[in-house]
Unconditional design. Structure first.
Length: 410
């Protein structure tokens, strides 16, 4: 506006000096053009700000909707944990009556990380998985002899390296500052960048393992939260064991005596029938292998601590899908949704040795009976989902090589 007033003053000055009409018309035309340019710029700026504000509102709405869907799914998953400890309602008993232990084991085997169809409805923008912590190696209860075997599988049978790692582990959890021959205490960790001190007590998170001298290199490439746990029986000789019916792929891959082929076999065969004892492995495993893995297995463990994993999908994508087709089987839709998410999250082939990480909202809980909500122990909003590649593998007994159906995954 200041420029326009200046031009008007100039025109008045020119007119007072006896300028011709043509000269006055030219000056007015220039003024009008500049005025139009300024107005156009102002309108464009206002329109841009309006579009930006609309986008902010839109994405805030999506974020709030996703958060609402996540909380709804979390509440439904917590109820699922309570429901599965209760006897079946009248009229819904099994055709073949099961003992209490068999019924509990059958219900509990669902919590092995598969996509679940919950008793209470959840939005189709989310998928829910529940992981029983008994499917992971309890690092707090792992005796030194088994930690040594686990390290040997990771880095090979190098006595010097193994001894250094064991000493560093013992120095980290003991309550003194006396360094073992090949260990590390406060004086070593204070030289690191950034510096820190050893725990000098039982570890509090599985990621803490990577802070111990040499362990970050030994477990390079391992998703610690998917392979290990700190929840479960402590101080017991066998408290570290893994239930193969609930185990994650990462935990099984660390167990001495198991290779990738054996792990895939366990993960696919347990869809059809739960493993009850070590003899169930004899049909696809050599006797010496079965003997080697036996100390690592506990077929009755579980049911005390769980991790609920919730993955969200953009509601706009789901809305477009709903417009094109309706759903008759919610679990199949959830499975299809998860496969779509896997394809988007993974840039490599499903058979690749290093899968792309999938993010999920992870909540670790401890059930407290029928009348109380499970106690929340840890929340990880940006957690990493355990490897799900085995879900795309066909059952080895399936001659047609088809993908697992929803009924088989229930």
């Amino acid at each position: 506006m200041h420029n326009i007033l200046a031009w008007l003053n100039n025109c008045t000055a020119l007119r007072s000096k006896g300028t011709t009409p043509s000269q006055q018309s030219g000056a007015i035309l220039v003024i009008v053009l500049w005025f139009l340019i300024i107005v156009t710029a102002m309108v464009a700026t206002l329109a841009s700000e309006t579009r930006l504000s609309a986008q902010i509102v839109h994405y805030n709405k999506l974020a709030l909707q996703n958060w609402n869907d996540t909380l709804q799914a979390l509440a439904a998953a917590q109820m699922e944990l309570l429901i599965n400890t209760m006897p079946p309602p009248p009229g819904q008993e099994q055709e073949v009556p099961l003992s209490a232990s068999d019924r509990i084991n059958k219900q509990r085997s669902r919590f092995n990380g598969q996509v679940l169809n919950l008793a209470y409805p959840i939005p189709n923008t989310v998928t829910v998985r529940i992981y029983d912590e008994a499917g992971k190696i309890n690092i707090r209860s792992l005796p030194e002899q088994y930690l040594r075997k686990l390290l040997e599988k990771r880095i090979g049978e190098d006595p010097d390296k193994i001894a250094a790692l064991i000493d560093a582990w013992e120095d980290w959890i003991d309550q003194d500052d006396l360094k073992r021959a090949n260990g590390a205490e406060k004086d070593y960790y204070e030289t690191l960048s950034p510096p820190y001190e050893p725990r000098n007590s039982a570890i509090e998170t599985v990621e803490e393992l990577l802070l111990i001298k040499g362990f970050a290199e030994a477990f390079k490439g391992v998703e610690m939260g998917a392979a290990f746990t700190i929840y479960g029986a402590q101080g017991l000789q066998r408290g570290f064991q893994v239930n193969p019916n609930l185990a994650t792929r990462e935990a099984l891959m660390l167990i001495p005596g198991l290779d990738e082929e054996m792990v895939n076999t366990i993960l696919t065969k347990r869809r059809e029938k739960a493993f009850k004892n070590p003899s169930d492995f004899n049909e696809f495993m050599q006797p010496e292998q079965s003997v080697e893995i036996k100390p690592w297995m506990n077929f009755n463990s579980g049911g005390t601590f769980y991790t609920i994993a919730i993955q969200t999908k953009d509601s706009e994508v789901i809305d477009e899908k709903d417009k094109s087709e309706s759903s008759e089987k919610p679990i199949e839709d959830n499975l299809e949704l998860q496969r779509t998410a896997d394809k988007e999250d993974n840039t490599t082939d499903s058979s690749a040795s290093e899968p792309q990480q999938q993010r999920a909202y992870l909540v670790t809980v401890q059930p407290r009976g029928f009348n109380l909500k499970p106690k929340v122990l840890m929340v990880n909003p940006y957690g990493v989902l355990p490897d799900t590649r085995h879900e795309t593998l066909a059952n080895q007994d399936d001659d047609n090589g088809k993908q697992p159906t929803a009924e088989k995954l229930k």
